[in-house]
Design a protein around this ligand. Structure first.
Ligand SMILES: Nc1ncnc2c1ncn2[C@@H]1O[C@H](COP(=O)(O)OP(=O)(O)O)[C@@H](O)[C@H]1O
Ligand SMILES: O=c1ccn([C@@H]2O[C@H](COP(=O)(O)OP(=O)(O)O)[C@@H](O)[C@H]2O)c(=O)[nH]1
Ligand SMILES: [Mg+2]
Length: 258
């Protein structure tokens, strides 16, 4: 199991005491050969730290209704990644009436972003308790603050960032027809969410574009047509993803095990 070694506050503490060895503990060194991201002393900037390996992480970005959740289902079916939807985790807090439930509900109703500390803690818990080493994190990071908090607290960078690029009118139509009984699927909240997406999520998209990690997908078309654009993005990672199937006994794709 991971041990949480980074403080949640301040979010951008540059403490160099954080060790990534918790990944090895969490996922088991026996599967280390399937990990790709090496965080070196140089990248971290300070402190002596041996090279250690992190899990394979994909962030899935896009405006509300751009089809993130729909495409995640297909990616899971094909590649066996573990899907973590930040929105679903937050809605679960509401449904379970946890201490943050009411606060989360009010923010979601208003199309606003839940404090990073809350969302990152929920994601971290899922990452820590999973026996997978390959994750699809859907609908997160929503803001630069989210991104920095994840980096600092979880101590990992994404390997791949998908951005489902969709015109606003299309997103509005889809959301208003989503029919999942969501409190935020109405025109008033949707208008706010689109504004927040442009103001707060765009900088995150630009950040990953500059880092060369962003894959922009034209999110207009049939679900299958869009998935055809997604498939080749994962091709270079195929070997790592196969390894992941082997290490997860619960994966439906274990037929690759030898
Ligand atoms: N390519 C598509 N064309 C038309 N409708 C779609 C497409 N992809 C998803 N949808 C529908 O649009 C709505 C929003 O999709 P969803 O995957 O929930 O988006 P997001 O997670 O980005 O908000 C859902 O009702 C879904 O069935
Ligand atoms: O990291 C996140 C993810 C979601 N949300 C909140 O949850 C809502 C729904 O998010 P979800 O990803 O489920 O919506 P989608 O984009 O899929 O329609 C958002 O508008 C935010 O209010 C948040 O605050 N932080
Ligand atoms: Mg979604």
């Amino acid at each position: 199991m991971w041990r949480r070694v980074a403080s949640l506050s301040p979010m951008v503490s540059s403490s160099s005491t954080r060790s990534l060895s918790r990944y090895q503990a969490a996922f088991g060194l026996s599967v280390g050969e399937s990990f790709s991201t090496e965080i070196s002393k140089q990248e971290e900037g300070s402190g002596l730290r041996p090279k250690e390996k992190a899990p394979f992480i994909t962030f899935v970005l896009g405006g509300p209704g751009s089809g993130k959740g729909t495409q995640c289902e297909k990616i899971v079916e094909t590649f066996g990644l573990t899907h973590l939807s930040a929105g679903d985790l937050l809605r679960r807090e509401i449904a379970m009436h946890t201490k943050n439930g009411d606060m989360i509900l009010n923010l979601i109703k208003d199309g606003k972003i839940v404090p990073s500390e809350v969302t990152v803690k929920l994601l971290q818990k899922e990452l820590e308790s999973s026996n997978s080493s390959k994750f699809l994190i859907d609908g997160f990071p929503r803001t630069e603050e989210n991104r920095v908090a994840f980096e600092r607290i979880v101590g990992a960078d994404p390997d791949v960032v998908l951005f489902f690029d969709c015109p606003e009118e299309e997103m509005v139509t889809r959301v208003l027809n989503r029919n999942q009984g969501r409190v935020d699927d109405n025109i008033t909240t949707m208008k706010k969410r689109l504004k927040i997406f442009e103001a707060l999520n765009r900088p995150v998209i630009d950040y990953y574009k500059n880092k060369g990690k962003l894959y922009t997908i034209n999110a207009v078309g049939t679900v299958d047509d869009i998935f055809k654009q997604v498939l080749p993005i994962f091709t270079p990672f195929e070997e790592q993803l196969k390894q992941s199937r082997r290490v997860n006994p619960k994966s439906p794709l274990v037929e690759n095990s030898s």
